[in-house]
Design a protein around this ligand. Sequence first.
Ligand SMILES: Nc1ncnc2c1ncn2[C@@H]1O[C@H](COP(=O)(O)OP(=O)(O)OP(=O)(O)O)[C@@H](O)[C@H]1O
Length: 904
Amino acid sequence: MELFEGSRPLPRPSYLGVEITYPERDDPQEVDDIRTNLSERFLQLADTESDAAQKNSLDAKEPMQVFLRVRPFTGLEIEQKESQECVSIPDPCSVLVRAPLSSQACRLSDRGSSSVAQKFSFTHVFGPETNQTQFFEGTIKKQVIDFMKGQNRLIFTYGVTNAGKTFTFQGSKNDGGILPRSMELLFNSIEGKVYSKMDIKPHRCRDYIRLTKEQVKAENAIKNGVLRHTKEVDPHCSIQSNNSRISADTTDFLNDDGVSNCSRVLSEFEERVRESEELKFDVNDSVKFSVWISFSEIYNECIFDLLDLVSGDKSYKRKTLKLAQDLKGFSFVKDLQWVQVSDAREACRILAVGKKFQSIAFTKLNSSSSRSHSIFTVRLLKIEDADVPRVVKVSELTLCDLAGSERCTKTHNEGERLKESGNINTSLLILGKCINALKNSQQSKIQQHVPFRESKLTHYLQSFFSGKGKVCMIVNISQAASAYDETLNVLKFSAVAQKVLILDSCPALDSLLHGQKKSAREVSFIINNADNKSLLSRKRATVQWESRLDDVLEGGNDEEYEDNFDYEDPLDCTNLEDEDDYELEEDEIVIKKEAYENLLALVEDLKTKLCSEKQEKLLMELRIREDVAKEFKEHFIQREHDFSERLQKEKELLEERCDERMEILQNLVRTCSNEEEDDEEDGTKEPLSVTTDELNIPLQGLFSSIQCDLAVIKKQAVEAHHHIEAIHDDAEQISALEQKLQKVTGELSKTQEELQRNSADLVRQVNQCSETRLQLEESDKTLLSHKQQIDQLMDMIQQKDTAIEKLKDLISHWEAKCEDYEKTLNSLHGEMVNVDSDTSRKRPPDARQPPEEQPPSKKGICADQPSTRNPFSYVSMQRQNAENRKRYRLKRRKSGLSSDVKWR
Ligand SMILES: Nc1ncnc2c1ncn2[C@@H]1O[C@H](COP(=O)(O)OP(=O)(O)OP(=O)(O)O)[C@@H](O)[C@H]1O
């Protein structure tokens, strides 16, 4: 039966106390971890009571401390409206983040709104208003104190680029970060107890070596060389070795070149420390402390020593250092330069030298972005400064300023910067994987492989996650809306990191050693024993059942391994000293014969117990294996049963679907045949139900027609084949065909040319047509406007005609009136004539009187009476008529009648 189907582990069988469930899944079933668990069980059973007590203390695990620091907005960020209240701090131990609308998180969320806030808890949250002092006091101070008490501590920063990691770590020009402050606290605390000789130097991970006079000289030369570098970069600095106090004349912590010049900050801090807390070691006068510092960086997956003097030479290719692992499984950087320091100022100057050589570059998001993970390590040797100085404790404080994760879409990095980003992101991703795997292993009993070796950073940090000492993480975030998505990822990672339990073996050792005066060899035995146990538990946590050699030894460096074998007792410094010293140490161990015999008996007794234990374990293993096999068998039977059920169900489902499809097909065929029937002339209807035979008829027809087509195609293919063969044989025919082809091609090209010409003509004509059409349209428009004008004129003519008609009527009216007047005049004239004749008859003929005025008469009206007319009166009458007419015209004109009326 298949056990591996993917990467997700199956639910554990019941022998681990987990109920067997059989969800539908395609993931692999890891079998290796079963063996791991057995081994763990054996080890548990093997522990004696005293061992158990010791083991309990060794396994004193605590969750990793994670502090969050929220960076304030920069001026530029405020200008760019980055402040969208994405981050708030409801209480000192939690932070609330709300996705801005522009964020990917918001876009991808189902609700698509920014209203849903996420809360993350931390050991402590420091808001944007927190200053460096408050931050140091609230976080690292305790760690430094623990370190001074002899414990190992790792402090590392984590966050996206430009989140303020380096600021927190190293600080600014006027305000030192946790690193200079730690140094200050350390040297203030060991004031007057500094072991300034350089004859004992830390070695490998937790060892030390005694140096000869020549070696001491060489060390001194190296130290002065390093410090000279600070002189070169900062002329105001002066070396003041063997002086733990800081001179007041020195200036800033960092100068403009980013070089350490810590005095002012340190002297201020010194004051504060002195005021607030004087942490003095309550140790006798013979106890001294030797402080050694190293500073390295992991750049593009290579480790470089930042205190390597040749680093300053640009043409010199920096030496890549290797990681090594001692027999206890602790990693260390091989051939790393350790420099002894006597005061905080020296430490800061060494930091400045290292910083000068550190890989820092301009990116779009940060003008001085760390392109590497920097590791600043302080080793503290507690020395009993008697006749022969003797190291009683070695502790280590490692401060890692990790480079920030970055999105290339935002940084727009290219070339070298892009490569750096890739390496930074990869190593941080692996750190995330390791943290995740550690958490899973600790929470679920299922041993997961922790991929420490996949990156240099995690490989280096492995020791701390495996019991070397406590780990403290500082998470830096910015509140900028544009960095929200990255910030959210950082917070999620931190939430996981907080769940990781860190084993700290040092307190156990302390408790074991406390209150008893033991010889160096006894101490070494206890430590080794403890180390071996912690190593075993470490191996259980990190290495699978079959530990491969390269999981234990470093980089194929067998020599290193053998070296460690020789010096497997870390506190038995005689191993590394002169032979004489060794003898001296040996002579100090005094065991009575009785005790020796007792011990021998004890050993024998233990041997027998061991044998019986082994037998018991073997039997138990057998039983467990049987149980496991039985449970597996049941499990597989159950799975088989499940699978057969599933198979059956699927079969039924398929059959059902098949039936449904058949029904659909039948319906389709039925509809088609109905339609055909409708088309037929007789119009007789088929019954709705179709039998299978009836259904087959059209299909058969279809098949037969397809077969016919196939036969025709085959025939054509055969013919074509024959034709091709014939053509193949006949070269002449080919050439004739080729000629024909050429001719046809020529004709084709001619036709094409003609076609092109005609097309061009056509196009031209089409263009002309369109132009003509446009002209025509314009003419139409003009015609229309003319027509409209004509219409208007016609209207006007009509109006005029009407007016003329009216005038004509008026004229005829007035003519009639005139005739009336004439008639009246004529009658008046007649009357006048009568009156005249009467008067002449009454008067003597010679009494010629001038005629009286006569009313006007029309010319010719009185023509029929010329014989009766007096020539004199006639003339006057005519004159009178003319005057009357004149007066009448005048009157008419005044009354507004047309003057066109003519008197006839
Ligand atoms: N708490 C703070 N108060 C004031 N300014 C800060 C604070 N934290 C960071 N800054 C400023 O923010 C900028 C970026 O900080 P820093 O260089 O420390 O980021 P980083 O996380 O180390 O970036 P990278 O990973 O790219 O090296 C710097 O100009 C720094 O002075």
